[in-house]
Design a protein. Structure first.
Length: 307
């Protein structure tokens, strides 16, 4: 991939020379002739900029001030690391020290040979690649840590985070939500009769059915075993029971077919609504759980709604 480099230098010939070197090495070059212009160019290209080569002594704003400002912007915007190398005629130790302290990653003394420059560029590219791979791995790990591996939906931890977020939204905007816990009925018998694989297939199939009617704002998560949570944001008390009746029906309406065998299954659903106020997610979940218990206790395959 072509690396994009911002070259900042107030001396036209220095800048041109650098540009020539870098273009030969196959880098794409953008330019700035002082610290303020460097910040402007950084802002305009921050999405795809790979490296900054920054002169120190410049009119208007010097290189140290510009880098300090750029690092502050990056911090505020939580941007990816961007290597910055100072290029300066001053070999003063205190300047080298200051360059690194304000946020530079290296400090080279002019005149710089093409060989040294390309070697330094390679080193920065290597670090940038490593950081990119690390960032990608973190994303994958975060995804794994919040997903149920069997069904692919949110796990309990991620579900609770989303519930918290939706409850905050309800408190702010007054739009009520309904939170349900559903639990497959006599699921142990499915495992005992058809085997654990078949039980797994039932869980996956039922989750797919639920997702097919969940709509864009609905949320499903696996709370554990054969127990799942559903959040329907922005639903009023009158509409909640019939909405969840649809979920009960879609589980019951046809058997799951696994290896040619029909597996009939039903579900019990406990629902609790939240209209705002100080109630916390654990209490809301507890109310939904109590409603679920009542559904199980009074015959299963039904929806019990607690306002
Ligand atoms: N196949 C499969 N079974 C699971 C999984 N997680 C939990 N189970 C099984 O789910 C069953 C739950 O059984 P119980 O808690 O007794 O409940 P039930 O048989 O569904 O009965 P009720 O909930 O009272 O209607 C247990 O046999 C667990 O082994 C899973 O990921 N895959």
């Amino acid at each position: 991939m072509l690396m994009k480099v911002l070259v900042v230098d107030d001396t036209n010939t220095d800048r041109l020379l650098l540009k020539l070197h870098l273009t030969k090495l196959d880098y794409e070059v953008i330019e700035a002739s002082n610290g303020q212009e460097a910040i402007d160019q950084f802002m305009a290209h921050s999405q795809d900029l790979d490296l900054i080569l920054m002169d120190v002594q410049m009119p208007k704003m010097n290189g140290f001030e510009a880098v300090k400002a750029i690092r502050e912007i990056q911090e505020i915007k939580k941007q990816e690391w961007l290597p910055i190398i100072f290029l300066s005629a001053s070999a003063e130790e205190s300047d080298v020290e200051e360059g690194i302290l304000v946020g530079g990653d290296d400090y080279l003394i002019k005149p710089i040979s093409q060989k040294v420059l390309s070697a330094k560029m390679l080193a920065m590219q290597r670090i940038a690649d490593m950081r990119r791979r690390l960032a990608e791995s973190i994303l994958v790990l975060e995804e794994l840590a919040s997903t149920d591996h069997l069904t692919g939906v949110a796990n309990r931890r991620a579900f609770e985070v989303m519930l918290e977020r939706e409850m905050t939204f309800t408190r702010q905007y007054g739009k009520p939500l309904a939170c349900a816990i559903f639990d497959l009925d006599k699921f142990k018998a499915v495992n005992d009769t058809f085997g654990h694989d078949a039980g797994d297939a039932v869980l996956v199939d039922i989750v797919e059915r639920i997702k097919s009617i969940l709509g864009e704002s609905g949320i499903i998560g696996r709370l554990g075993g054969e127990e799942f949570g559903i959040i329907l944001p922005n639903i009023c008390e009158e509409d909640a029971p019939s909405a969840f009746e649809r979920y009960r029906c879609i589980v019951e309406e046809k058997p799951v077919i696994h290896k040619g065998r029909n597996i009939s299954i039903t579900t019990s659903i406990g629902v609790a609504s939240f209209k705002g106020g100080r109630e916390q997610k654990q209490t809301l979940l507890k109310r939904a759980d109590e409603a679920l218990y009542e559904a199980k206790d009074t015959g299963r395959n039904k929806v019990i709604y607690h306002q």
